[in-house]
Design a protein around this ligand. Structure first.
Ligand SMILES: [Zn+2]
Length: 191
């Protein structure tokens, strides 16, 4: 069905009829077939009444930004006594373009009051966390909760992926046993 596009912008999908070449010159992201102009993409149809053109403005995706309550997957960058610095690589299971920096403080890491952050996570580990606060532009994370914590840990002696054996996190290569605050599904995503 032919549809008349008004002066304002209108949301269109690929293949939608925008008008005829007697009315408009086909612009960006449109195509013409037998004198009829169609949208090539999903976006906003814009009519330029001065230049008599119709073009489509690509619909911009809402940027992926960590918000309070977002579940994030992070790589541990550095571990200090009371705090770990992480790099957020996934937000609500969607991969981010440019990683965000986040902070995990020991008081929000575990209900078990580990004395040092080294018992919670180590550099190179992958941690599933929730964003507890975004105050002052600082992404403060929490790993309190059974589903939160380390999902991949690597041996600090030889770098091998640690496996859970009789509730102990152990290196299958050098047999070293290491502490971590684990997510309850640790190891289950590893084929
Ligand atoms: Zn090892």
């Amino acid at each position: 069905m032919a549809r008349k596009i008004g002066q304002s912008t209108e949301f269109v999908v690929p293949g939608e009829r925008l008008g005829v070449i007697e009315e408009f010159v086909p612009g960006y992201d449109t195509h013409e077939e037998n004198g009829v102009i169609y949208s090539g993409i999903t976006g906003l149809a814009r009519i330029d009444t001065v230049n008599k053109t119709v073009s489509i403005q690509r619909k911009v995706k809402k940027p992926l930004i960590p918000e309070e309550g977002s579940t994030v997957t992070s790589a541990v960058i550095s571990v200090h006594d009371k705090v770990a610095q992480v790099s957020i690589i996934e937000i609500n299971r969607r991969q981010v373009g440019t990683p965000f920096s986040g902070i995990l403080h020991i008081s929000s890491s575990s209900p078990r009051y580990e004395r040092t952050m080294k018992e919670v996570c180590k550099t190179g580990d992958i941690v599933r966390a929730k964003v507890a606060s975004t105050r002052n532009g600082i992404l403060q994370l929490t790993t309190i909760g059974r589903e939160l914590g380390v999902v991949r840990a690597y041996c600090s002696q030889c770098g091998h992926l640690l496996i859970l054996r009789n509730r102990l996190l152990q290196c299958p290569s050098c047999e070293r046993v290491e502490p971590r605050k684990l997510a309850e599904d640790y190891g289950r995503d590893i084929a």
